[in-house]
Design a binder for this molecule. Structure first.
Ligand code: ZN
Length: 223
């Protein structure tokens, strides 16, 4: 993974308020080129940033440290606020009464005219997501599951304010397929202890394992 240049956008929280990140959020820069995004993210008045920006040619730029919370997809605790966390369609965000910027990484894909991202951006995006997952493991000891509950679109966090980010053209299938292990060496091995059709039963077992110190988590899939 090559990062072309690193900048320091002022538009972030220092640190993550004790949260360990476990989610990667994809965005598109609707209306903006790399250059305009660059100036916007370095402008303190913008109050908007992102950990990474992927330009049309696939070049990757970093604007915030992984250990800081970029101001990219914040949620509000106030009922009635347009970014109220309870309005999220992503079940993890909806269940966490805090600001999503604390526990997310953000990637902006340059797509000025909304025509969709390029193959070079898809390839770089896949490498970048793999890089973030590996770095997150080193920094926080947390595995980010490769699924659409943990690798999400902005619209799944802020459906009212950002319904079109990253939009209908975003190539989720290609990106998720690129993240799936391709060779035997890349397989991950899961220790599974139960599968339930009733979510409460799963929650109960998870709570019991967590109380004993096991880092159990729930993965949902269609039965
Ligand atoms: Zn967005």
């Amino acid at each position: 993974m090559q990062i072309k240049a690193t900048y320091n956008s002022p538009n972030h929280y220092n640190g993550r308020k004790g949260y360990k990140p476990d989610m990667i959020v994809c965005h598109v820069t609707a209306g903006d080129t790399f250059k305009s995004t660059y100036w916007w993210f370095l402008n303190p008045k913008a109050q908007t940033g992102s950990h990474f920006v992927v330009d049309k040619n696939g070049d990757v730029y970093q604007f915030n440290k992984l250990t800081d919370g970029a101001w990219c997809n914040g949620t509000s605790l106030t009922v009635g606020n347009k970014r109220y966390y309870g309005s999220a369609t992503n079940p993890i965000v909806k269940s966490r009464r805090t600001n999503a910027n604390y526990y997310t990484y953000s990637i902006e894909f340059v797509d000025k005219d909304g025509s969709g991202i390029t193959q070079a951006q898809i390839d770089s995006g896949i490498e970048l997501i793999k890089y973030i997952i590996a770095e997150n493991k080193k920094l926080y000891g947390v595995d980010i599951p490769i699924d659409r509950q943990h690798i999400v679109g902005h619209c799944e966090i802020n459906p009212i304010t950002k319904p079109l980010c990253p939009g209908k053209l975003f190539p989720w299938n290609k990106i998720m397929a690129g993240l799936v292990p391709q060779s035997q060496d890349d397989y991950i091995y899961r220790v599974q202890v139960g599968a339930f059709s009733n979510k409460n039963n799963a929650e109960n077992l998870k709570a019991e394992l967590n109380s004993k110190g096991y880092p159990a988590y729930i993965v949902s899939q269609k039965g």
